[in-house]
Design a protein around this ligand. Structure first.
Ligand code: PNW
Length: 446
C-alpha cells in the first residue's frame, strides 16, 4: 500500500483538471489501417539501428482497436481531461489534399467517447509524425510544409473543432530541432546544424498559422502551443557561467516563448546564430506577427532541469531516472511555472506532460508496484500546488503517460505509464500509481 507520506493534505482548486497524456504514434498501432499513410517515424523505426531492439510503433498499445477499453480505464481513474494527439498521416496520407474520412472517424469516436464520459478532450495536432511524403519534399526545412500544416489543421478543426475545447498546435518544437536535426536520435535522424533553426522557425510559423486557422472557423475552442521548458541554472559561480546559462536558456526556452508571446526571437540567440544562419535568412516580413497570434493558454511540459557550465556545456547535479537526460528535481517545476508567469504574463497554464520512466514488472500476484512513480508525482504535484498558491494560473495537469508506450528511440523498454501494458497480450493493468492517482483525483487533494 502507498506509504502514509503519500498524503500531504494539499487541496487543489475546485476547478483543477486532473489528466493524463499520450500521443498517436506512441500508442495507436494500426499502422496500415483505414488508409493511414506513412510518417517519418515509420521510416525511422523501420531503419535498422535507429530504435533500441528494433522496436516500431506498428502495433504499440493497439489503442486504435482498444480505445473503448482505454476510455473506460480513464473513466475509472476519474480523469477530468485527456490529452492525445491526432496522426496527420491518418487524416492526409500524403500530407495534402482531401481529408481521409476513415481517419477522421476514429478521432470522432474517441472525442465522443471522452465527452460521453465527462472527460474533456485536449488534442495536439502534431506530435512528431510528419507524413513521409512531406519529408520527401524537405520536411520542416521547407516553408511550404508550414502551410500544408495549416491546411491539415483546418480540416481537423472543421471535423472536430466544436467538440474539442482545447487544441494544442505543435508538441515540443524544441525536441524536433534538437533530437531530430542536431543529435539525430529522433526522426528524421539528421545531424544538420545548418538546418536546425530554420526548422525551428517553420515549426513556429506552422503554430501561428494553425492558431489563425482555428480563429477563422469562428470556433469558441481555445488553442495554444505545447512547449517543453527546461529551467537552466548556473552549475557554479565561476567566470562566464552566468552568461553561458543565459544563452543556454535562450536556446531552450526563450526562442520558443519570446517568438509567441513577445513577437520577436531573442536577440542573444540571433546574435549567436549569426546573420548567415539559414533561419535568419528564412524569416520573412510578417512571420513574427503570425507566430505571435494571440493564444488562449500555454501548455508546459516539465521533466528536468539543466545545469550549465562556463564552456556552455552541461553537468548533472541530481540523480537521473531510467532516462539518462532526466534529473530528478521537483523544485524545477515550481521554478519554470513561476518564471513563465513572471516573464510572459498571466496566460493560463496547463501542464501537459510530467512523468517518470520506471522498469516496472508485472508481479506474480498480477499487480505492478511502482513506488518511484508515486513519489515523483507527489513531489512534482506539491511543487505545482505551491506555484498555484503563489498565484500562478495553472488550470490542469496531465501525467505522461496514461499507459506504457513506444518511447521513441528507446522503444518499449522505458515504461512511462500509469497503466501497465503487457505488450504480448495487450492486457491493461493499472499500476499502484494509478490507484494512488485515482485517490488524489477523488479527494482533489494531494
Ligand atoms: C516528451 N528532454 O519528449 C514527449 O513529448 C513524449 O512523446 C515523450 O514520450 C516524453 O517526453 C518522455 O520522453 C521529451 O531531453 C524528450 O528533456 C526529451 C526531453 C524532454 C521531453
Amino acid at each position: 500500500l502507498p506509504a502514509p507520506q503519500t498524503q500531504l493534505g494539499l487541496r487543489f482548486p475546485d476547478s483543477f483538471g486532473w489528466g493524463a497524456a499520450t500521443s498517436a504514434y506512441q500508442i495507436e498501432g494500426a499502422a496500415k489501417d483505414d488508409g493511414r499513410g506513412e510518417s517519418v517515424w515509420d521510416t525511422f523505426s523501420h531503419t535498422p539501428g535507429r530504435v533500441r531492439g528494433g522496436d516500431t510503433g506498428d502495433i504499440a498499445a493497439d489503442h486504435y482497436h482498444r480505445y473503448v477499453e482505454d476510455l473506460d480505464l480513464m473513466k475509472d481513474l476519474g480523469l477530468g481531461t485527456y490529452r492525445f494527439s491526432i496522426s496527420w498521416p491518418r487524416i492526409q496520407a500524403d500530407g495534402t489534399g482531401a481529408p481521409n474520412q476513415r481517419g477522421l472517424d476514429f478521432y470522432r469516436r474517441l472525442v465522443d467517447g471522452l465527452n460521453e464520459r465527462g472527460i474533456a478532450p485536449m488534442a495536439t495536432l502534431f506530435h512528431w509524425d510528419l507524413p513521409q511524403s512531406l519529408q520527401d519534399i524537405g520536411g520542416w526545412e521547407s516553408r511550404d510544409v508550414a502551410y500544408r500544416f495549416a491546411d491539415y489543421a483546418e480540416a481537423v478543426f472543421e471535423a472536430l473543432g466544436a467538440d474539442v475545447p482545447v487544441w494544442l498546435t505543435i508538441n515540443e518544437p524544441k525536441t524536433v530541432v534538437q533530437n531530430g536535426y542536431l543529435q539525430g536520435h529522433h526522426a528524421p535522424g539528421l545531424q544538420d546544424p545548418a538546418a536546425a533553426y530554420l526548422v525551428a522557425h517553420h515549426l513556429q510559423l506552422a503554430h501561428g498559422l494553425a492558431v489563425r486557422a482555428l480563429r477563422a472557423t469562428g470556433s469558441g475552442s481555445r488553442i495554444g502551443p505545447a512547449l517543453n521548458l527546461h529551467p537552466c541554472y548556473p552549475a557554479d559561480d565561476g567566470p562566464g557561467v552566468a552568461e553561458a546559462t543565459r544563452l543556454y536558456d535562450g536556446y531552450e526556452n526563450r526562442l520558443y516563448l519570446d517568438s509567441i508571446f513577445k513577437g520577436a526571437y531573442p536577440a542573444d540567440v540571433l546574435d549567436d546564430l549569426g546573420p548567415d544562419d539559414r533561419m535568419i535568412r528564412g524569416i520573412r516580413d510578417g512571420d513574427l506577427k503570425i507566430i505571435s497570434s494571440p493564444v488562449d493558454l500555454l501548455a508546459v511540459q516539465y521533466y528536468t532541469p539543466i545545469y550549465v557550465t562556463g564552456d556552455g556545456g552541461t553537468t548533472r547535479k541530481w540523480p537521473t531516472s531510467e532516462a539518462s537526460w532526466q534529473q530528478l528535481y521537483p523544485d524545477g517545476m515550481y521554478d519554470i511555472l513561476s518564471r513563465v508567469t513572471r516573464d510572459y504574463g498571466d496566460v493560463p497554464l496547463t501542464i501537459t506532460e510530467n512523468g517518470l520512466p520506471t522498469p516496472d514488472i508485472l508481479g506474480a500476484d498480477g499487480t505492478v508496484d511502482d513506488p518511484g512513480r508515486i513519489a515523483f508525482l507527489r513531489d512534482h504535484l506539491a511543487a505545482v500546488h505551491r506555484a498555484i498558491a503563489d498565484g500562478v494560473p495553472v488550470e490542469s495537469y496531465h501525467v505522461w503517460s496514461l499507459m506504457d508506450n513506444f518511447e521513441w528511440n528507446e522503444g518499449y523498454e522505458q515504461r512511462w505509464g500509469l497503466i501497465y501494458i503487457d505488450f504480448p497480450t495487450q492486457r491493461r493493468i493499472p499500476k499502484r500509481s494509478a490507484n494512488w492517482y485515482r485517490g488524489v483525483i477523488a479527494a482533489n487533494t494531494l
